[in-house]
Design a protein. Structure first.
Lengths: 552, 368, 382
């Protein structure tokens, strides 16, 4: 105990339990490091089980979210938790991180049964979760966010802590500037801060919930590098995802959940995407998406110099230009928040346009009322991102939601629910919507069914322009393919479709052309057939692709 | 450190809050009834602790509200403005526009109606009644339109805005009573003259015709909200303004129109109060009805027929409490406390319709 | 469309209600017509009295307390049980609905006689008297009556004010007396009181002037106190009041001046300043009326009691009074009681020099309480 600063540093919470090498480049003397982690870590690194779940069951009312689930992760291993939306992945992980408590079953940490009552407990146990939605304070710096809520210590330790953060970053290749404010950061940087946050709290079991959903391919690659380093350090990592290629790329083992049950756990090296899909969906699935050709040539809409300010007055769309042909699916790619939402809403007439024109048959439709636009023969359907918040009335049934755009057509002061009721029944059959009844509030339906209700209604209105924002977000594979098929059907009818998407693999297969947005500007429009994910990824971050400059 | 902390976590908490499935309406109603019974029991304990027999006190409350035709009529008279104002508020609340200003809208309805009662009392009776009713609607409606306008134009907070307008309306009565509309026969006492017979609302079965208006409104409001296009628009705007805009609705127009209607119905309550109950315009014209109506509308989940039931319940309680006060010598504040207890339980029951508590299972160890 | 429908329904409802209401109104009218003359006697155990208070008697002083003391006196005098007196407290007299509800509840309880103690209840009571001809209504401080079951009661408080004016006139050294008045000359009750007080002052001190300050409120300790301060600043050394609180008394005491209270003996509130106060003894009227109603002999004539009935008086003179005050007051009291001093007796001049009452004439009590807009010659409104 001749090193008095040791206890101090301990209190500052700066020592990573899973990081043995950290101290090599650090001021803490080797003896202290050894005292802390040395021998224990050495043992633990050898594929001992870090955490094990046994027979976990969790119900929400009558819904069984998790049923007798078994799962284990070893130290120095990346486990992919694969399953469709609604299969219970997030619920399971929320129990590990102390947000929910299981109804039955047990959690074994290093072979010892524990009860995790709160996220604080989880952190004490070394379990850190990176949520899909970041939990960061926008106006604070990375350092402040990381240290927020860390108990003990006083201000003067800030410098030491800051050093510690830098150490961790450098070691894992987490590339951030500690004093940068969150609001100035890209999505990837924010995620890095989240990871640092849990690492700083000594996490050695890391759970990432759909971490790549918001990242560009390049950022995804970076993230995977980080994860591999952590794995090498002996951390146990669980990554929740439904993207098969990522599973194949990063994981050592895969546990597959289906409808709340653990179906199988397989070694990644011994499986393939097809087998995983089959396990995940429960039956063989054809994984290719059609891109039917058609003879339509004429231009439906021309967008010129469109500039749109969002609600805060910030120019979310700046001077963009593109055209949409009949019978074409034009994909819109970009990092989340690059102006996709504003583009859709401006085109659907929901956001005022500051500058520019949208031409239909050489006639500008901006500034025209919805009625006037319909009179011109344009029927625009918009499937917004936030379905329950914008496209549908959440606490109303299908019938009332069907009337949303047509309720005025009935003569007299009253609404007629007759047609809407018939339409609802027809859609339930056509699209296989699962609902207890046509009057059940739509918020009680699953995400896929909600999307089908919305899509069904919009297609039913026979549009010639269809705008869809994240049409398959949150849907299972079956539902997603139903949606793709419906979109292709519309395309073959000559409808021009603007497809705002996030899964580049899907977009490359489904779309005819892909327009890439970055910070509200078009950085390129590429032919989907000839383009690659990497090219689009570059455009998403503002770099120029090989064909980028031609169309922009 | 870890050793001790993990030991600590072997114990699960005594109770946990867990979200429930959506409940059927019948179960919901059953919960409310159960809450009411609990409230009555808790109120009974309170009465008992004051040294009275709770059964007797409760019996007095109920019998006090209906013991004679006068008292039944009195109960109905309490119910009329409450019913009408609750129906008015319902429009705004359905739209998620938090109209706390029913009080002021009732007052303005009363003021507008009073103008015709004071200065055009010579008009034919039925014409005068219709004009007063229309004036009441206009007064209440315009008063409600002010916050709606500022909300849609400048995004002001309607809760505060409508609340503040209540006080302005109240002081307006004060002003009128002390100045322009001062009763010349009142020897300087600041009051507005009593209406002439011609300007009074007729009585049907011993109670002014406001009860008929109220009952008719229950049906009208129900059909308006449920089956009319405007009612549909109100529901959509209340659900999500974005969805309403998405559907091509003119949200601002709908908010203004609905608030006008909301205020107009409250204005009718003001009109029936001045012409049917007070026969004059006084500061007590609304008498807190506008606030109680919020609770009524809320408890009734904005269903007009349930509003009718809840209103009757509240009126019985209020009327009965007053009798309780004079026959037991209990201060009026006791009835306020009873009302508070009932509200507490019924609103509290809302929690249990959405969540349930899971208690730690006795004796079960977690180390299995 | 919707609105059209609504108005149609409303019109239909209105029409229907007009028809039915006409019917009921007719029958009510006829019943009042046949009623009125003969009233039956009521057995003591069946007799119930209702009282509508503007405040709460439990406050222990002030207006409602004074009235309730009278009710208690009546109850003891007649031997009524507590359950035979129904009190409705804190009924704001600006609230016609609350007033009506309170009175109707008394009727429900079976009261045959209802006293309303505040001015604002008058119109409502008059209406209810018509609706409930079998119930007797008696209302304080107003002027209306219907000769069958509704009257007003009040008293010649001006007699007591005259006497208190003597005490003030004897005491003042600056010859400036302040008077904090609730209402201006639109209110006869206040104006008549000021004039009587002024005449009392004049009777012993012809040089003294009465400065009046109007607060426009019956009850507001702050305003009342401020008005008194202002009067003291003008050099007044005696403060009188027609207000409900003791604030003017306290203001006078703080400045080492003198004062006359009102309603109840305020010597206990301002022992160093208070001279005497005009006071009410409502028990006299309540006992009288309750007896008459019980015996079925009540004629519902307006009651206007005076010092001879014991309804009004002044509180015992405090030791602050000037020497000789007691004698002067006794002298005047004797004259009032034997009828030789009527106070509002010509010839009287107002403060604008007009003769408002000719030599040999007197002003009626009705005019003093209901129709007096002029101030006596030694009064100045500030």
């Amino acid at each position: 105990m001749q090193y008095p600063q040791l206890s101090l540093l301990l209190e500052a919470g700066g020592i990573l339990a899973c990081n043995r090498h950290l101290t090599a480049s650090h001021r803490v003397p080797a003896v202290a490091n050894y005292f802390l982690t040395g021998e224990i870590m050495q043992k633990e690194k050898t594929h001992a089980t870090a955490i094990e779940l046994k027979g976990i069951t969790k119900t929400f009312g009558s819904v069984v979210a998790n049923n007798q689930i078994d799962l284990s992760v070893r130290k120095g291993e990346i486990l992919a938790l694969l399953g469709e939306n609604g299969s219970g992945k997030t619920t399971l992980m929320n129990m590990l991180s102390g947000i929910y408590r299981p109804d039955s079953g047990s959690v074994l940490l290093n072979g010892e049964a524990v009860t995790i009552n709160s996220p604080e407990d989880a952190i004490e146990f070394g379990i850190g979760m990176i949520h899909q939605h970041f939990k960061l304070v926008d106006v604070l710096s990375a350092t402040d966010n990381i240290m927020l809520g860390v108990k003990g210590g006083s201000r003067w330790l800030k410098k030491t802590r800051s050093d510690k953060i830098q150490e961790i970053s450098r070691h894992f290749g987490l590339d951030i500037s500690p004093e940068k404010k969150i609001y100035q950061m890209s999505v990837g940087e924010k995620q890095t801060v989240e990871i640092l946050k849990v690492m700083y709290r000594n996490a050695n079991i890391l759970i990432l919930d759909e971490p790549t959903a918001v990242l560009t391919p390049q950022e995804t690659k970076k993230l995977f590098d980080i994860l591999r380093r952590m794995k090498a350090e002996g951390c146990a990592i669980i990554i929740i995802t439904h993207k098969l290629n990522e599973v194949m790329e990063i994981s050592d083992r895969v546990t597959i959940l289906r409808k709340g049950e653990s179906i199988a756990t397989v070694e990644t090296a011994e499986t393939n995407a097809h087998e995983l899909t089959e396990l995940m969906v429960g039956r063989p699935v054809e994984l290719s998406i059609d891109r039917p050709e058609n003879g339509f040539e004429e231009t439906l809409l021309e967008v010129h110099h469109l500039t749109v300010a969002n609600e805060e007055g910030f120019e979310a769309i700046q001077d963009i230009k593109f055209e949409l042909k009949r019978g074409e699916i034009l994909g819109v790619a970009g990092i989340a928040g690059s102006g996709q939402k504003e583009l859709c809403e401006a085109m659907a007439g929901l956001l005022p346009v500051s500058k520019g024109a949208i031409l239909y048959n050489k006639e500008n439709i901006i500034g025209k009322s919805p009625e006037e636009i319909i009179k011109m023969g344009i029927s625009m359907s918009f499937i917004p991102e936030d379905r329950l918040g914008m496209g549908l009335a959440a606490s109303m049934g299908m019938v009332d939601n069907m009337m949303l755009k047509t309720y005025k057509k009935n003569k007299g002061p009253f609404v007629s629910r007759k047609e809407a009721r018939e339409l609802s029944k027809r859609l339930i059959k056509q699209l296989g919507i699962v609902t207890p009844g046509v009057d059940t509030p739509v918020r009680r339906l699953s995400g896929g069914n909600v999307q089908k209700v919305l899509l069904g209604r919009e297609i039913e209105s026979n549009p010639n322009v269809l705008i869809t924002a994240y049409a398959v977000r949150g849907l299972d594979i079956n539902s997603s393919y139903t949606i793709y098929d419906s979109l292709n059907e519309q395309k073959q009818k000559g409808v021009g479709i603007l497809f705002i998407g996030e899964d580049l693999d899907v977009m490359l297969e489904l779309c005819d052309r892909i327009m890439v947005l970055c910070h509200g500007k078009v950085t390129g429009i590429v032919e989907a057939k000839t383009s690659t994910k990497e090219e689009i990824g570059l455009l998403m971050t503002g770099g120029s692709g090989k064909e980028g400059s031609a169309d922009a | 450190m870890r050793e001790s902390s993990s030991k600590r976590h072997y114990n699960e908490p005594l109770a946990r809050i867990v979200k429930k499935d959506a409940m059927s309406n019948q179960r919901m109603a059953a919960y409310s009834v159960f809450a009411l019974i609990l409230a009555i029991a808790a109120g009974g304990v309170f009465i008992f602790s004051l040294g009275y027999n709770p059964f007797k006190v409760y019996a007095t409350i109920v019998s006090g509200a209906f013991r004679s035709s006068i008292s039944t009529q009195g109960t109905i008279k309490i119910a009329i403005p409450l019913l009408i104002a609750s129906l008015g508020i319902t429009h705004a609340f359905k739209m998620q526009f938090w109209n706390i200003g029913a009080e002021g809208q009732i007052i303005m309805g009363g003021i507008f109606a009073t103008y015709f009662a004071l200065f055009h009392s010579d008009w034919p009776h039925w014409l005068l009644m219709l004009v007063m009713c229309a004036a009441g609607m206009l007064g209440g409606g315009l008063w409600a339109l002010i916050p709606a306008f500022f909300k849609t134009k400048y995004g002001t907070n309607e809760t505060l805005f409508t609340l503040m307008l209540n006080y302005i309306a109240l002081y307006m009565i004060k002003y009128l009573a002390e100045g322009p509309w001062l009763d010349p026969k009142a020897s300087g006492f600041p009051k507005i003259a009593s209406f002439e017979k011609n300007a009074r609302l007729d009585e049907v079965f011993g109670v002014h015709a406001g009860w008929i208006i109220g009952l008719v409104l229950v049906g009208v409001v129900y059909f308006y909200l449920k089956y009319s296009k405007q009612g549909y628009e109100i529901a959509i705007v209340g659900e999500s303004e974005n969805t309403a805009r998405y559907a091509g609705m003119n949200v601002k127009k709908i908010i203004m129109r609905t608030m006008f209607l909301s205020g107009a119905i409250c204005g009718i309550a003001g009109m029936t109060q001045v012409s049917g109950a007070a026969y004059t315009l006084s500061e007590g014209v609304a008498g807190g009805v506008g606030f109680t109506a919020i609770i009524v509308a809320w408890l009734a989940k904005l269903n007009p027929f349930v509003i009718l039931l809840v209103t009757i319940g509240f009126s019985v309680l209020e009327k009965g409490s007053s009798v309780m006060q004079s026959s037991f010598g209990l201060p009026t504040s006791v009835s306020d406390i009873l009302q508070g207890i009932i509200l507490f339980f019924i609103l509290g029951c809302d929690f249990f319709t959405r969540y349930k508590l899971i208690f730690r299972k006795g004796g079960q160890k977690n180390d299995n | 469309m919707k609105k059209k429908l609504l108005s149609l329904i409303l019109t239909a409802v209105m029409a229907a209600s007009v028809l039915t209401a006409c019917g009921t109104a007719d029958s009510k009218d006829s019943s009042t017509a046949t009623e009125s003359t003969e009233k039956e006697a009521i057995a003591l155990e069946d007799f119930k009295v209702g009282v509508i208070h503007i405040g709460d008697p439990a406050d222990g002083s002030g207006y409602s307390f004074t009235h309730d003391q009278g009710i208690v006196e009546m109850q003891e005098e007649l031997g009524l049980e507590d359950s035979q007196v129904i009190r409705k407290n804190n009924i704001a007299d600006g609230d016609a609905v609350a007033t009506r509800t309170a009175i109707e509840e008394c009727i429900e309880e079976g009261c045959q006689l209802i006293f309303g103690t505040s001015w604002g209840y008058m119109d409502t009571m008059e209406e209810l008297a018509e609706e409930y001809p079998e119930v007797m209504f008696s209302h304080a401080t107003g002027y209306k009556s219907n000769g069958t079951n509704f009257n007003n009661y009040f008293g010649r408080i001006y007699q007591a004010r005259f006497l208190s004016g003597i005490a003030a006139g004897m005491k003042t050294e600056t010859d400036k007396i302040g008077y904090v008045a609730a209402m201006d000359n639109q209110n006869s009750e206040v104006t008549g009181g000021i004039n009587a007080f002024a005449m009392g002052v004049e009777s012993v001190n012809p040089d003294a002037v009465i400065y009046v300050k109007v607060t426009n409120t019956w009850f507001d300790p702050t305003l009342e106190g401020q008005a008194a301060e202002a009067l003291l600043d003008m050099g007044c050394d005696v403060i009188a009041q027609h207000q409900d609180t003791t604030a003017p008394q306290l203001a006078a005491q703080n400045r080492g001046a003198w004062s006359c209270g009102y309603n109840s003996d305020m010597t206990k509130d301002a022992p160093k300043a208070h001279l005497t106060a005009p006071i009410w003894n409502w028990g006299v009227y309540y006992t009288l009326t309750a007896k008459a109603v019980m015996e079925g002999t009540w004629d519902a004539a307006n009651y206007y009691g005076g010092m001879d009935d014991g309804l009004v008086d002044i509180s015992p003179l405090s030791e602050n009074c000037a020497e000789g005050t007691a004698e002067k007051i006794e002298e005047a009291r004797a004259k009032i009681l034997d009828g030789s001093l009527k106070i509002f007796e010509g010839s009287l001049f107002d403060n604008e020099g007009n003769e408002v009452c000719k030599e040999g004439e007197t002003i009626s009590d009705a005019d003093i309480t209901g129709n007096m807009t002029w101030y006596y010659k030694n009064v100045e409104v500030k």
